[in-house]
Design a protein around this ligand. Structure first.
Ligand code: NAP
Length: 271
């Protein structure tokens, strides 16, 4: 049985669907309930309150762990006590490229390595689904605003992260590995807005924000340290952060999905 945290999010939601469709038993953990596939058990729990997760692990063998809360050792201890033997951590590429700015995922990585469990770490770059921040302004006035208009990054489709997680959770041979997950080519914010426009069949106007404008907006839904780290990667990516990683293709046996494919599959959000 698999315990999936972040189970109602972009990655976790797709992972729960994939595992359930493969006939696996799944416990989906989130703080709030949400619609789940038939047969999936929901367990309300908060990663910020490890005691609230206790019942979630009973009878399970593998855990998909999100970076949330500040007590990864306690969460992993509760998992081990509940019978979990394998953990797959959804970290961030920044934990590898900029551990000083990405202290939160870096601390979770360290805890996972020290847990005594069989571990695998996934380090995705920027998600294609971050473009959902444009859903409302594109619906309302066909406009998308972002900083660093022409800085291209190989954004990853969350559905590919979920597929990789499903493979790594179910297959042997990934213990002690860290995988960097990216899309198939760098795409700039301006090009992402154009791809959504193409999928809509109408032009989407792109407005370049200053770093300060973007920072103020991001602070309304992200912690300050995460905002600084994200803006630094988006504005001045390192060579490694611009590069396409071979790991998705190696693990899935096919190229990662393009941003245009993500836009086409999620276009209802922008109509
Ligand atoms: N977006 C990016 O570009 C990016 C890049 C690299 C890594 N990441 C990592 O990927 C993670 C997942 O992204 P996503 O887009 O799938 O997330 P998302 O769509 O925002 O969903 C987050 C999920 O986690 C649950 N959750 C949040 N806080 C929780 C807590 N304290 N305890 C238990 N469950 C909690 C949410 O449900 P409830 O709110 O109901 O609990 C929801 O199911 C991010 O959190 C981040 O660490 C993101």
């Amino acid at each position: 049985m698999f315990v999936i945290t972040g189970a109602t999010g972009n990655v976790g939601g797709e992972l729960v669907r994939l595992l359930a469709a493969a006939g696996e038993q799944v416990t989906a953990v989130s703080r709030r309930p949400a619609p789940l596939p038939d047969g999936v058990r929901h367990s309300a729990g908060d990663l910020g309150d490890p005691a609230s997760l206790k019942g979630a692990f009973d009878g399970a063998g593998a855990l998909f762990l999100l970076v949330a809360g500040h007590e990864p050792h306690a969460v992993l201890e509760a998992a081990r006590a509940g019978g979990i033997r394998r953990v797959v951590l959804l970290s961030s590429q920044g934990a590898g490229t900029r551990p000083g700015l990405y202290g939160h995922p870096a601390a979770f990585e360290q805890a996972v390595r020290e847990s005594g469990l069989e571990w695998t770490i996934l380090r995705p770059g920027d998600f294609a689904s971050n473009a959902l921040a444009w859903a409302e302004p594109i619906r309302a006035h066909r406009t998308a605003a972002a900083p660093f208009a022409d800085v291209a990054l190989p954004v990853i489709d969350p559905a590919d992260i979920a597929e990789v997680a499903s493979v790594v959770l179910r297959e042997d041979g990934h213990a002690g590995r860290t995988y960097v997950l990216t899309g198939p080519q760098p795409v700039s914010p301006r090009e992402r807005a154009a791809a959504i426009g193409a999928a809509l069949g109408t032009e989407v106007r792109f407005v370049e924000q200053s770093r300060e404008e973007a920072r103020a907006q991001m602070l309304t839904f992200m912690p300050e340290q995460a905002v600084e780290g994200t803006l630094t990667i988006l504005g001045t990516p390192t060579e490694e952060e611009r590069q396409v990683s071979p790991d998705v293709e190696r693990l899935l046996g096919r190229a990662p999905r393009t941003f245009a494919s993500w836009a086409a599959r999620n276009i209802a959000a922008f109509r």
